[in-house]
Design a protein around this ligand. Structure first.
Ligand code: ADP
Length: 213
């Protein structure tokens, strides 16, 4: 296994790059997807959230009511900490499980993590950053994903800056051009990723550094 990270600001094109890597044979471990999976109806995580925040965080169909959770944690930092304490360990364990299931293969495993710069990880052999000007992020979020411009700008402002993200990169994908401009970059990137050394079969995932509780 070759283990790398992929990140980028919201609307940078991270999901687009992830799909292009998957098309070349990468196994994607998708943090957003794992968050949704661990909060699926009937999950222990969802039960703990209802216990802490009240039954209104579970919708009638048994799924998570994200707006209800957001309303609780928005103005209450303690509640946000508690939410992270419930969700993060489950997400971390499931992501590690998916990665370790690939250890004895020769696959390139891509951990697709939106907030990788904000929450750095040990053990990655490369960090791929999808880079665009923040104004392009705004345009694509508004034009391609139906965001209101204010909302797009507010979300970008909450994330790491372009410079902070680039400082963590070993590989940069420039997504300021067209989708057609991406393919040759991903071809070159794929050559570089597949040339990285295979991790040994007894490799272990480094323990996460303790974060402020
Ligand atoms: P992220 O996963 O980083 O939030 P996406 O991959 O969803 O971003 O891309 C944001 C939007 O911009 C999507 O609608 C996507 O189709 C579009 N997009 C991505 N790359 C380009 C590009 N090079 N040119 C035009 N639109 C793009």
């Amino acid at each position: 296994m070759i283990l790398v990270g992929l990140t980028g600001g919201i609307g940078s094109g991270k999901s687009t790059v992830s799909a292009l890597l998957a098309a070349r044979g990468a196994v994607i471990v998708d943090a957003d997807q794992v968050v949704r999976d661990v909060q699926r109806p009937g999950s222990p995580v969802l039960a703990k959230m209802a216990e802490r925040f009240g039954p209104q965080v579970i919708a009638e169909d048994g799924s998570l009511d994200r707006a209800a959770v957001a309303a609780v944690v928005f103005s209450d930092p303690e509640a946000l900490k508690d939410l992270n304490k419930i969700v993060h360990p489950a997400v971390g364990a499931e992501m590690n499980r998916q990665v370790m299931a690939e250890l004895s293969t020769d696959h390139v495993v891509v951990m697709d993590i939106p907030l990788l710069t904000e929450n750095p990880r040990e053990g990655l052999q490369a960090v791929i950053v999808v880079d665009v000007d923040p104004e392009v992020q705004v345009q694509r979020l508004v034009g391609g994903r139906g965001f209101a411009e204010d909302d797009a700008r507010a979300r970008i402002a909450k994330q790491a800056t372009r410079e902070q993200r680039l400082a963590t990169a070993t590989h940069v994908v420039d997504n300021s051009g067209t989708l057609d401009d991406l393919a040759p970059q991903i071809d070159r990137l794929w050559v570089e990723l597949t040339a990285l050394p295979q991790l040994p079969p007894d490799w272990e995932m480094p323990a996460p550094k303790p974060k402020d509780a």
